[in-house]
Ligand binder design. Structure first.
Ligand code: GLN
Length: 454
């Protein structure tokens, strides 16, 4: 099969289904076809890991010459970015073909894709349901067969939660594993880019390609990238699994609990052992996350002022008027809500009570994980308390929307890696996700455990 055929196939599928599932915000059709033709001339070369493979990229990852909106109207006219994100450079070096930019909640704030300022993506298993967010488009595109590989970003669950809802594999790497250069920042101390794929092997392969130290991102770690695909041995004999009791507590649906318990039985059969543990500070994770992430967002989004990027309000009378109106017109409600919360939490007089306190609690949450990892190899639980919910069900109630992230958020606060893999279906035929969490920079063991179950 030629690269041209592969790329054509991808666009054909997009034409068939994307009107219904809305995975893409922008397609890269002409450039992709031209690149495919060039690659066909060149033929495969052994060094190019992803030769000719079609890939979708979340729309908060900057792509040179290809519109990058971050799901926001503010950047709807950001048609020609001047550079590629480091991960995109790495994809290009591996000779994959970028098919287009994937739908997302505006600036990655959301859990359902309903905060996209473009048409919200839908769950391909049942389009009455949300696909999850914020990397909804990235999960949908893979689940609906539009592309085999995609990239998402995960600040509080945005790769793992949509992967769970759409029945695909999504990994949030260790903080610092993958360069954030060229990722439009939401909360810089939590954001990580990661792969979404149909199976664990593809996922490990894609992480190998995008991971590594980058001098353009001072928070990227100078830690060697192992060959993750070599850890897929199928052997989990002796693996020590911790199951936090807080992750199977009230609020987690019976169907989800049963699917996780069935998975644990499988692990037992394969020779692994599991025990119940406690992550006692889990109950503070949600409030800690929303304080810290909104504070960081308020600072990061200050750059959208109508001067440097994207939209500028017309007919402004003064400069202040221009700032105000550009931001009022360009940002959606959820983004404004977070900026207000974050600005408040950082303001003098409140800083110690909120931001500083949240930082201290974050350390306690991180310590909980480290303590468990002294005795266990991985932590296993559900990715989300329930399967996908219906479009419109939570959109008017931010607090229940936020509560949805309760099982994914602690992982970002601790900076450890976590994957979601499919582990069954609900009575309504919607996928259920199993979350496997590992030690810092131990994606290898996470992949090994995930692969053995798959
Ligand atoms: N749903 C969470 C939020 O709205 C997480 C988003 C993310 O990981 N980008 O903040």
């Amino acid at each position: 099969i030629s690269v041209t055929d592969l790329v054509e196939e991808s666009y054909k599928r997009i034409e068939e289904v994307d009107e219904e599932v809305q995975a893409f915000i922008t397609l890269n059709k002409e450039a992709a076809k031209q690149k495919a033709a060039e690659l066909d001339q060149e033929r495969g070369n052994a060094d190019a890991k992803l030769f000719g493979l079609p890939i979708g990229v979340k729309d908060n990852i900057v792509t040179k010459g290809l519109r990058t909106t971050a799901g926001s109207q503010f950047l709807s006219n950001f048609e020609e970015p001047l550079y590629d994100a480091t991960v995109v450079n790495k994809l290009n070096d591996a000779k994959s073909v970028t098919i287009g930019k994937l739908n997302m909640d505006e600036f990655a704030m959301g859990s359902s894709n309903e905060n996209s300022s473009y048409a919200a993506a839908r769950n391909p298993w049942n389009t009455d349901y949300v696909p999850g967010g914020s990397s909804g488009g990235s999960a949908v595109a893979v689940a609906a067969g539009e592309v085999p590989y995609s990239l998402g970003s995960d600040t509080g669950g945005s790769i793992r939660q949509p992967a769970a809802y759409c029945g695909v594999v999504g990994l949030k790497p260790t903080y610092g594993r993958v360069s954030r250069f060229g990722l439009i920042a939401f909360a810089s101390s939590l954001d990580q880019i990661g792969p979404i794929t149909r199976n664990v092997e593809d996922n490990a392969f894609l992480l190998e390609t995008i991971a590594g130290h980058d001098k353009m991102d001072s928070t990227s770690a100078n830690v060697e990238v192992p060959k993750y695909t070599e850890s897929l041995t199928g052997d989990v004999k002796g693996l020590k699994i911790a199951v936090p009791k807080e992750y199977l507590a009230e609020g987690v649906s019976t169907e989800v609990k049963e699917a996780v318990q069935a998975a644990l039985k499988e692990y037992e059969k394969m020779g692994a052992t599991w025990e119940e543990v406690s992550l006692p500070h889990s109950k503070y994770a949600l409030s800690t996350y929303y304080l810290l992430s909104s504070s960081e967002a308020s600072a990061n989004l200050a750059r959208f002022d109508g001067v440097r990027y994207g939209k500028r309000a017309e007919d402004a009378e003064t400069m202040l008027d221009m700032f105000k109106r550009s931001r009022a017109e360009g940002f959606g409600d959820e983004v404004k809500r977070r900026i207000m919360l974050g600005t408040f939490a950082l303001s003098s007089g409140y800083y110690d009570a909120y931001y500083k306190k949240a930082q201290q609690v974050r350390t306690l949450i991180k310590n909980d994980f480290e303590k468990v990892f002294e005795d266990y190899d991985v932590i296993i639980g559900p990715t989300t308390p329930t399967p996908a919910f219906k479009v419109g069900d939570k959109v008017d109630d931010p607090m229940t929307m936020y509560a949805n992230d309760i099982l994914t958020i602690p992982v970002n606060l601790a900076g450890v890696p976590g994957i979601s893999i499919p582990c069954g279906f609900s009575g309504d035929g919607l996928p259920i996700g199993l979350q496997i969490i590992g030690k810092h920079f131990d994606e290898g063991t996470v992949y090994r455990a995930a692969h053995a179950f798959e």
